[in-house]
Design a protein around this ligand. Structure first.
Ligand SMILES: [Zn+2]
Ligand SMILES: [Zn+2]
Length: 371
């Protein structure tokens, strides 16, 4: 059967305007190495919303959404390694050829920003149009999944077991991957370790879940009491960000400091606090992009402490996504507790709820209802 050539998608036309649900058209044939995926659900990530503040660098009009998951309905050529009917989680795009990609570090791909954030692959321009024939921006994060269908390279589609709730799995491709990957992969946290999490949003709470799954003790810090309550429910010790003696409290709780800390805020004061909370040789991972200079107080990096930026949890999606799905199946990574679903048509409501902190992780369902 020939794949659909027209489908509904949430289109963002201006940096300050709402999403509009529109018909999107394309040629209807996946190119060699591509697969067409019927999207069951797509998470909304802070990076989608950051497009609004991209000062024109992320081109519009565009179909955003980069935490898609669904079912393969068409494959381009024999070399995709995927078949019609396969359930897949979509992740970020990478070139596969640069030194970082060859070293199994695709999040540090030389072309990461170009492929995912700022315009995609040149050959993909004008493959998708709106109903009037106007061109849409090339695929966002190689996928553009706020839509009924997404066309992706097989390289960024990860097959998962078909008995998993595919409509909820999309955030395993970015937000949850980032938090959990930093804890499990970058830090390698384990029993006896404490993982301090600064900022208990989707990424931070996924880090809390992963720390607990690894047998480590999470400590969550946030401004919002309701987020601290969620963190507490997920077995974290919860501390308000404004506490004047945060580092003293953490050192007391941990008998000398946390082994690891993860910052999702990019806030210079909290980053300095996080370093003060670390034990000697402790590691602070920054997962947020810094928008200002970062002054570090004297002594914060003494005794072997280190600080690094972590993109996408240092993950190889094809390895970490199945690992997270297996942890979920074992009851050790209950990420569904962080999700609220919305029909795709409620994309603007989902954005408002996300921005206001009323929901940790919105997931948009193009079919309107959970399967
Ligand atoms: Zn690369
Ligand atoms: Zn993301």
């Amino acid at each position: 059967m020939r794949p659909a050539t027209a489908f509904r998608a949430a289109v963002l036309r201006s940096y300050a305007g709402p999403f509009t649900i529109e018909e999107v058209r394309w040629s209807g044939e996946p190119a060699d190495g591509e697969v067409l995926v019927e999207i069951a659900g797509c998470g909304m990530c802070r990076t989608d919303l950051a497009v609004r503040a991209s000062a024109g660098r992320s081109p519009l009009p565009a179909v955003l959404g980069h935490e898609g998951a669904g079912v393969v309905v068409a494959t381009g050529g024999p070399g995709t390694g995927l078949r019609t009917g396969d359930h897949v989680v979509l992740s970020f795009d990478s070139c596969g050829k640069c030194r970082s990609c060859l070293a199994a570090a695709p999040a540090y791909c030389d072309s990461f920003a170009a492929l995912n954030l700022f315009g995609g692959r040149p050959g993909d321009a004008a493959r998708f149009t709106d109903a009037a024939g106007g061109a849409l921006a090339p695929r966002w994060f190689g996928q553009s999944s706020f839509a009924e269908y997404a066309l992706v390279r097989a390289r960024n589609a990860v097959r998962v077991d078909p008995d998993l709730p595919v409509e909820l799995l999309g955030p395993l491709g970015c937000g949850f991957l980032t938090g959990a990957g930093t804890v499990l992969h970058t830090f390698g946290a384990g029993p006896g370790d404490t993982v301090l999490v600064i900022g208990a949003g989707a990424v931070g709470l996924a880090a809390v879940l992963a720390a607990t799954a690894a047998g480590a003790q999470p400590i969550a810090v946030d401004r919002h009491p309701e987020r601290l309550a969620t963190a507490r429910r997920l077995h974290a010790v919860a501390l308000p960000a404004a506490a004047p003696d945060l580092a003293d409290q953490v050192r007391r709780l941990t008998g000398g400091g946390a082994a690891y800390a993860l910052d999702t805020t990019g806030d210079a004061r909290l980053i300095n606090e996080a370093l003060r909370c670390l034990r000697p040789t402790g590691h602070l991972g920054l997962v947020a992009r810094l928008h200002t200079a970062l002054p570090l107080a004297p002594g914060t990096l003494d005794k072997g402490r280190r600080i690094s930026h972590v993109c996408e949890g240092d993950a190889v999606p094809g390895l970490l996504i199945p690992r997270l799905a297996a942890l979920w199946r074992a009851g050790l990574f209950p990420f569904e507790q962080l999700i609220r679903t919305y029909p795709l048509t409620a994309v603007n409501e989902a954005e408002r709820d996300c921005a206001a902190g009323r929901v940790v992780k919105p997931v948009l369902l193009p079919r309107g209802v959970a399967r």
